[in-house]
Design a protein around this ligand. Sequence first.
Ligand code: E4P
Length: 233
Amino acid sequence: MKIFLDTANIPSIKTFVDMGVLDGITTNPTLIAKENREFTELVHDILKLVPGPVNLEVVSQDSEGMIREGHDLAGLGPNVVVKCPMTGEGLKAVRKLHKDGIKTNVTLIFSPNQALLAAKAGADYASPFIGRLDDAGHEGMKIIEETLRIYQNYGLGTQVLVASIRHPIHVVEAAKLGAHVATMPPEVLDKMVKHPLTDIGLKRFLDDWEKAGLRLPEGRASPMKPKPLIQRA
Ligand code: E4P
């Protein structure tokens, strides 16, 4: 399963790019607004860091506006994916952008029927928002299972991008179902890196090494204690 980071925050993106675990980025108008920066400059900085798909969302409501925006966004880099909302106008825009050779992602999907329509319109990705469904008292992951089954039944090539992920269990469940992509906030990816037993185990190894008075061979010795890979907040 591919892992995308759901953020426009450059330091967070860099952290996980450096670890080699990031396949792409999703953003939305809320996440872009949080960064408080000029939009095009921010996008250029993201594109410099991330060779994989970078999802940028249109803000027009009508298909003509979305198509215009989609072309502008796609012009920013070859790996840009244009996010359109799951509305009739959004589907019209996806159909046209697809014909124009521009990659698209239909966002704000809350039912398997919406996911089916996104695929029929030609979307490269369909994004069901599972966390928001959970919040509303539904079983968000069910829609992932149903969408994957529907796409498989009819050989639809749209990738299921599990969005609105709230915690690491969501990621495990998405991966077990065979979802193509999971996008998550940096806090969730950070939790996936960490395990208390890893920290305890590492401390014990290093304490034992030190107690025994062992030293690294000449030339490799570091006067510093090894830094933890992930800095604690
Ligand atoms: C995905 O593309 C969306 O940006 C995102 O997953 C929304 O998640 P939220 O429900 O946490 O805002």
